[in-house]
Ligand binder design. Structure first.
Ligand SMILES: Cc1cc2nc3c(=O)[nH]c(=O)nc-3n(C[C@H](O)[C@H](O)[C@H](O)COP(=O)(O)OP(=O)(O)OC[C@H]3O[C@@H](n4cnc5c(N)ncnc54)[C@H](O)[C@@H]3O)c2cc1C
Ligand code: FES
Length: 325
């Protein structure tokens, strides 16, 4: 089947129906798009329209901001910090799937400083989550002013940090090729652990980028991963080394997962066999995470707009028909 399957990451969760349902903009439900027939293509066991009706024709409440204590702060490299944060048990459990992320900020800053940050690890027995932040600009630097025992403002759970989740979930007892660069190593960890727990052999291609060490080495060893170090980008193209590795593995693996920049994702997609299962990190710019602000919108031919904080699609359809104007 070679057609685009569009899904909403929040469909069927306690956050569905969301604000989009109140304005005829629901991603999945044809009734809540203003049509008078039922055309639900991605049934999640919950009727969004009925949920809306039962909720007095209103959207469910938005995710709330909470203050969570920083239990540990570790400097991993220059401009790279790992925070371990104490959260509620419910939130930690909800963040234990690949693609999970939260918005974080220094509580002294206002909501404009919210940064989407992926979950690298959850420890549900201790109610802890670990995140790694690369210090770049005003938002991440203000988070870095926080120290151990300070509170961090966090909002979540959000789940659309990985595109192609279905492709990851169906991989069993094979070999999976994971390609990660720089800060992309952190969101790769939950994907790798999921694949490893489904009996897959893990091969990881790592571009350390500006970092001195592979800061996720402990997790790679836990999953018995074969590690190949490689520079991924050369002269604005996929390096020869990276091309050789992909050619060597693409017919043997059940998945290629990429946790790299959009330019590299598109180059890897172009270069690799069309029949290989693909998944990647979601590099959209996100501000609200609720489908409202429009920061994450990507425009496509035919006046189609996809809000990437919500829309879960196969990565092969991210760049197809995309409009820059
Ligand atoms: C789903 C998701 C998960 C992410 N996970 C991590 C992570 O685990 N660790 C990490 O260090 N970074 C992660 N990021 C990127 C992180 O959100 C940005 O680096 C951060 O917001 C930069 O803010 P700044 O003010 O420090 O830098 P700026 O100087 O504002 O920007 C630096 C770079 O970050 C990008 N950026 C700025 N704001 C956003 C935004 N709201 N959303 C996305 N990109 C933005 C800019 O385009 C620019 O390329 C993730 C982004 C997304 C969308
Ligand atoms: S981040 Fe606000 S609409 Fe997607």
């Amino acid at each position: 089947m070679n057609y685009e399957i569009k899904d909403c990451i929040d469909a069927g969760t306690e956050y569905c129906p969301c604000s989009l349902s109140e304005t005829g903009d629901c991603i999945l439900c044809s009734h809540l798009q203003g049509k008078d027939f039922c055309d639900c293509t991605n049934w999640k066991g919950v009727c969004i329209f009925q949920e809306y009706d039962w909720n007095n024709n209103k959207a469910k409440t938005l995710r709330k901001v909470s203050l969570s204590k920083i239990i540990n702060k570790e400097i991993l490299d220059e401009n790279l910090v790992c925070f371990t944060i104490l959260c509620t048990h419910k939130l930690v459990q909800e963040l234990s799937i690949p693609g999970s992320f939260i918005f974080v900020r220094n509580p002294k800053s206002n909501g404009y400083f919210d940064s989407p940050i992926s979950i690298m690890e959850t420890l549900p027995e201790e109610n802890l989550v670990k995140i790694v932040i690369e210090l770049k600009g005003v938002k991440t630097k203000s988070i870095n002013l926080l120290e151990e025992n300070d509170n961090m403002a966090i909002k979540g759970p959000y789940w659309n940090g990985v595109l192609g989740l279905k492709n990851i979930n169906k991989c069993k007892d094979g070999i999976s090729l994971l390609i990660a660069g720089g800060i992309g190593m952190a969101p790769m960890i939950p994907v790798m652990r999921k694949l490893y727990s489904s009996g897959n052999k893990i091969v990881v291609v790592i571009d350390k980028s500006n970092y001195k060490n592979i800061y996720t080495k402990k997790y790679l060893e836990m999953c018995n991963a074969d590690i190949i170090e490689c520079t991924l980008l050369a002269n604005s193209d996929l390096s020869i080394e990276a091309k050789e590795i992909i050619k060597q593995y693409e017919n043997k693996v059940n998945l290629i997962y990429c946790s790299v920049t959009d330019i590299l994702i598109s180059k890897i997609l172009e270069f690799s066999d069309d029949n290989v299962n693909f998944a990647c990190c979601n590099n959209a710019k996100m501000c609200c995470g609720e489908g409202v602000c429009g920061a994450c919108s990507i425009r496509y031919a035919g006046h189609i707009v996809k809000k990437m904080c919500k829309v879960q699609i196969d990565p092969r359809y991210i760049f197809k028909g995309r409009r820059l104007l």
